[in-house]
Design a protein around this ligand. Structure first.
Ligand SMILES: *Cc1c(COP(=O)(O)O)cnc(C)c1O
Length: 377
């Protein structure tokens, strides 16, 4: 297909991420009714490729697609996977785990909010104690990467504890899947999730849950708390018809299929290495300018850097954002309630050169607004 000339923006926000032109162009296809067998065939291939991304054995795991942003997966897993009379334990060290707690509250699902510092990884001993003290916990939940701070959580260890105490483990991998290698069996993951616009570098509108098929089948008899967002119903519809229950995001699915081709061509290890070198370039650029960061580097995911606002009164995130945005670079506000931060992320189809170009612009912005990188205390 003939390609258009599309302006390339460098998105340093935590998704949607910068995409390739080939992924953008994959959306431009002849009109098709998604109830056609041709389209069902495309989704079948997509569902099986998603399993490969997380090394999920096809005889134990399945993937279920949904139309919605990433939060729909959190909603669905929580409302669908807690049996009658049982509880969910949310291991909570930040904004995205708090979102899961809010879902529990909305559906009135019995839950334990095991809250800990947003500057640290969760304490495994506290997780174990909560499991020991609450034998009615059927689901343990924790996000892999707290996108709000950039902290990587020890999911393999949390998953092992969940299993030791007879619970299943659900992890929100929205901001790691397709970037940080994940092996659902080795990592003790029963359910993980993501949306197409982050690690897979496709478009927004398609989300998916990858999980244990036997548990989904068992969940048929669990309390139903939503009509549109029920995991078993969507799974059953896919199994019977190969289709989504309701209208799928057609063009996003085409883009995701192309993005997966590019994912497998780049390779899991090479892609991980690329995101990591972009992350290192972000840290280097920040430290050269004199910015301070909020999180201990040793517990960072390598995908998000939380940068502290300097104490100079001339500092204005909005002004610096606009200066960079007008020049093709998008920076993003922070999500730590106790410290003023902004975020720079290494998601998307970008490389070190893009980060070097960004820091030239950021340096110009600081000069233009006469901002000094001073920090008190
Ligand atoms: C991006 C993200 C989500 C989903 O956010 P949406 O705005 O609904 O796409 C969920 N969890 C984590 C950890 C994320 O980074």
């Amino acid at each position: 297909m003939e390609s258009l000339t599309i302006k390339r923006n460098i998105l340093l926000n935590p998704g949607p991420a910068t995409t390739t032109d080939t992924v953008k162009m994959a959306q431009v296809v002849p009109d098709i009714c998604p109830r056609e067998q041709d389209f069902a065939k495309l989704m079948k291939g997509l569902r099986s490729d998603l399993l490969k991304v997380v090394h999920a054995p096809a005889d134990q795991y399945t993937s279920v697609l949904f139309c919605g942003s990433g939060t729909i997966n959190i909603d669905i897993c929580i409302n669908s996977l807690v049996p009658e009379g049982k509880k969910i334990l949310v291991v909570n060290n930040g904004a995205y785990n708090t979102r899961a707690v809010e879902v529990c509250q909305m559906y009135h699902i019995p839950h334990i909010n095991l809250q800990s510092s947003v500057y640290e990884q969760p304490d495994l001993a506290a997780v174990e104690k909560a499991l020991k003290d609450n034998s009615d916990v059927a689901v343990v939940y924790c996000c892999h990467h707290e996108t709000g701070t950039g902290i990587l959580n020890p999911i393999r260890e949390i998953g092992a504890l969940a299993h030791q105490y007879g619970a299943i483990f659900v992890t929100d991998t929205t901001s790691t899947l397709g970037m940080i290698p994940l092996d659902v069996v080795k990592d003790n993951v029963d359910f993980c999730m993501a949306s197409a616009q982050k690690g897979l570098m496709a478009m927004s509108g398609l989300s998916f849950i990858i999980g244990r098929e036997d548990i989904i089948k068992a969940s048929k008899d669990y309390p139903t708390r939503s009509y549109y967002c029920n995991l078993y119903l969507q799974y059953e519809y896919f199994e019977k018809t190969g289709e989504m229950h309701f209208t799928p995001p057609v063009q996003t699915i085409y883009a995701t299929i192309q993005a997966l081709k590019e994912y497998f061509a780049e390779g899991e290890v090479a892609k991980f290495a690329r995101h990591h070198r972009v992350y290192e370039a972000i840290h280097q650029g920040l430290s050269e300018l004199g910015f301070q960061t909020a999180i201990d580097k040793s517990i960072e995911s390598g995908l998000v850097v939380s940068v502290k606002y300097p104490d100079d009164p001339n500092w204005s995130f909005e002004k610096v954002h606009d200066y960079c945005y007008e020049r093709g670079f998008t920076i993003y506000p922070g999500k730590i309630s106790t410290t003023n931060t902004f975020r720079l992320c290494s998601l998307g189809a970008i490389d070190v050169k893009d980060i070097e170009d960004f820091f030239i612009v950021l340096k110009d912005a600081l000069k233009y607004y006469n901002i000094k990188l001073v920090y008190h205390g």
